[in-house]
Ligand binder design. Structure first.
Ligand SMILES: *Cc1c(COP(=O)(O)O)cnc(C)c1O
Length: 427
């Protein structure tokens, strides 16, 4: 399985050695990067938003477009010498449109958050009312945090999930939309493990005469592989990310209707950004091509099947997976039944090389710095080649650690797993 992946350039393992030029110019920094490579080789990465960029993506990032200034859009640049930059961006755009069946794509946003800023800029004016998932229930900071542009410049009303089953409360969304008449409704989350009912959100948005923005950074790779319903046919604007499940470069992506294309483009450049990073655009083009391969589909299915097994193992160990399981690569679990806070659980797992994140659960009684939950994603593990069997075992290792088990045996098994699967990659 990983051998096939390697043959198709989707190999995951990068025990990185500093190139001679870097070692010579800056030994101090070269040592730091070696230490980071070492850290990765001895731990299993289960943070929900992190992944392993493919070898081909890394190559494109380091290629000659790293130096190119190309402000504007293909055919309308402010700089000369842009023929290759134009062709590259057009390729990235056409691949993104085909992959996501979108009318229009903007591949220039430098991050998910800057893509969100551009989406707000395209559709709204400061002071407008927006309805978004509350941060306490899994909304991203760009969905109304007071320390972010969204909460500072916009009047953001939060909706949430039902306490009984942890599912998005669409009745509450509808009621809040009727009461507050938002100019935009934002659907999407960083920790919600289930599919969203895009059609229902569209209906509510239509009734309120609001734009629908899908903030789908977390699930972009799942949408590309067709394992969860796509927001593209329903949303006016979709905010996506290329560095999470897609295994591309760190960056954002905007998909929208033909009608909004000009507004979205102008909101990215020149409103929120200057020149795009053309090497990132090139690497995005590579990631979109790779996401269309059968190997990518197999990797995504490993991630989703693995997350299900992992959630079941955590439940057997006494944690409480939110919504009772998952439809995605995400597992969010309440660890309070085990007598732990999220921060304690995170530290216990980290001591064994299992890197997951503490996470507030809806209606969380614990302080924000502690939380009652943990959040895991199976993307990087699936990219290494771990399948459902291995990820269920990882769930058991985590369960044992959370129940007070010693870290040493789990750490040994983690190194074995990472070594075994990493060995078939490009090490
Ligand atoms: C990851 C994520 C973002 C932010 O992406 P950055 O590239 O870190 O800015 C925004 N919204 C959601 C839902 C995300 O999952």
């Amino acid at each position: 399985m990983t051998l096939t992946d390697a043959a198709h350039g989707l190999e995951a393992r990068h025990v990185w050695e500093p190139p001679t030029a870097l070692r010579a110019a800056d030994p101090e920094l070269a040592d730091l990067l070696s230490a980071e490579a070492e850290r990765r080789a001895n731990s299993l990465q289960l943070l929900a938003g992190e992944n392993l960029a493919t070898e081909a993506v890394r190559a494109a990032l380091a290629g000659p477009l790293i130096d190119k200034y190309a402000e504007g859009y293909p055919g309308h640049r402010h700089h000369t010498g842009c023929a290759v930059a134009d062709a590259t961006e057009l390729l990235a755009i056409s691949r993104a449109r085909a992959l996501f069946a979108a009318d229009h794509a903007n591949v220039q946003p430098r991050s998910g958050t800057s893509a969100m800023l551009a989406a707000f800029a395209a559709l709204l004016r400061p002071g407008d009312t927006v309805l978004a998932m509350s941060l306490e229930h899994g909304g991203h900071l760009s969905c109304g945090s007071r320390s972010n542009f969204s909460g500072r410049w916009f009047d953001v009303i939060g909706y949430g999930v039902r306490e009984a089953d942890g599912l998005v409360d669409l009745d509450q969304v509808r009621e809040l939309a009727r009461t507050h008449r938002p100019k935009a409704i934002i659907a999407g989350s960083i920790s919600y493990p289930r599919q969203l009912d895009w059609a229902a959100f569209r209906e509510i948005a239509d009734e309120a005469d609001a734009y629908l923005v899908a903030t789908a950074a977390q699930i972009t790779g799942l949408v590309a592989a067709g394992v969860v319903p796509s927001p593209v046919p329903y949303a006016d604007v979709v905010v996506a990310a290329t560095h999470k499940l897609l295994r591309g470069p760190r960056g954002g992506l905007l998909l929208c209707t033909a009608e909004l294309a000009d507004r979205v483009d102008r909101a990215v450049f020149p409103f929120t950004q200057g020149g795009a990073a053309m090497n990132e655009v090139a690497a995005k083009a590579v990631a979109f091509a790779q996401a269309g391969t059968p190997e990518f589909g197999a990797y995504i299915r490993r991630a989703v099947d693995g997350a299900r097994g992992l959630a079941a193992a955590l439940e057997r160990a006494g944690a409480r997976p939110l919504t009772g399981g998952t439809d995605t690569h995400l597992v969010t679990a309440d660890v309070a039944p085990l007598g732990l806070t999220g921060a304690q659980a995170e530290r216990r797992c980290a001591a064994a090389g299992l890197l997951l994140g503490k996470c507030a659960v809806p209606f969380d009684p614990a302080p924000a710095a502690e939380t009652s939950g943990i959040r895991l994603g199976t993307g990087a593990a699936a990219a290494l080649g771990l399948g459902a069997g291995e990820l269920a075992e990882v769930g058991e290792l985590i369960g044992a650690l959370l129940s007070g088990g010693a870290p040493a045996p789990a750490a040994a098994r983690v190194r074995e797993l990472v070594g075994e699967f990493g060995a078939t990659g490009d090490r």
